[in-house]
Write a protein that binds this ligand. Structure first.
Ligand SMILES: [Zn+2]
Length: 239
């Protein structure tokens, strides 16, 4: 397969439109900082009641442009019955080797939708496998340096929150590129469903932003302890 420059950040998610809700602001912010960002959706949303997989893939492309992604792909694993199987882990590991991300963002490991927690588990195990030399002698091993879990819908205390105040509107614009999911029809500007979704996501982003003293934020969990070298420059005031 063609050589591509390594990604700085790769978000792996179960469905197109997941990252637009959970970590899209952070992806935009990183792209604006000059990093190469990518999204790998595991399914095309075949089981969704609205739209077809082909439409959702086109919408994902358009949303990816709003997110300023350098790359977006789709594994086309079966939707709503995503399995952490050996073939799935292997093909995902091979894709991680090809993309060589330094940071991988995964869905938090507990969720209501089985696809979401399986995507987290599958992503973690594929990242590990990708670093095994003997997995496939024809390709270079690669193991991401850091795994972050996007915990927006998990209702757990985040390890850290990213300020996405400047990126929030662009993230909403990316989400509304999924016209088949959120639109009511052509012509009108703001559908009732859109308004409801916007209010809900703004409220969640405000909640997490408030934790770090900014307007909008996106939460993440890391399993390792965060290292600090300069306690004088620590952000977020205590009083
Ligand atoms: Zn989803």
């Amino acid at each position: 397969m063609a050589e591509t420059p390594p990604l700085d950040v790769l978000a792996i998610a179960a469905h197109p439109d997941d990252v637009e809700q959970t970590c899209g602001g952070t992806l935009i912010k990183m792209a604006q900082a000059g990093y190469r960002t990518g999204v790998l959706d595991l399914t095309a949303g075949d089981m969704g009641t609205r739209g077809t997989p082909e439409i959702r893939l086109q919408e994902a492309e358009a949303a990816g442009r709003e997110l300023m992604l350098a790359w977006r792909g789709n594994m086309r694993f079966p939707d709503a019955r995503l399995e952490n199987s050996l073939p799935a882990r292997m093909s995902l590991a091979m894709e991680i080797r090809r993309l060589r991300p330094r940071v991988v963002i995964l869905p938090y490991w507990e969720a209501r939708h089985p696809d979401h927690y399986r995507a987290g588990e599958l992503g973690y195990e594929a990242c590990f496998l990708a670093g095994l030399k003997k997995l496939d002698e024809a390709t270079e091993p690669h193991r991401p340096f850091k795994v972050l879990y996007a915990s927006l819908y998990a209702n757990v205390t985040p390890s850290f929150v990213v300020d996405i105040t400047e990126q929030f509107e662009r993230r909403m614009a990316a989400l509304f590129r999924y016209r088949s999911q959120y639109g009511g029809g052509p012509g009108s500007e703001l559908f009732p469903a859109e308004r409801e979704i916007r209010e809900r996501l703004a409220a969640i982003a405000r909640f997490y932003g408030n934790l770090i003293g900014v307007k909008y934020g996106e939460p993440f969990v890391v399993k390792e302890t965060m290292r600090v070298d300069d306690i004088v420059s620590l952000g977020v005031r205590s009083f």
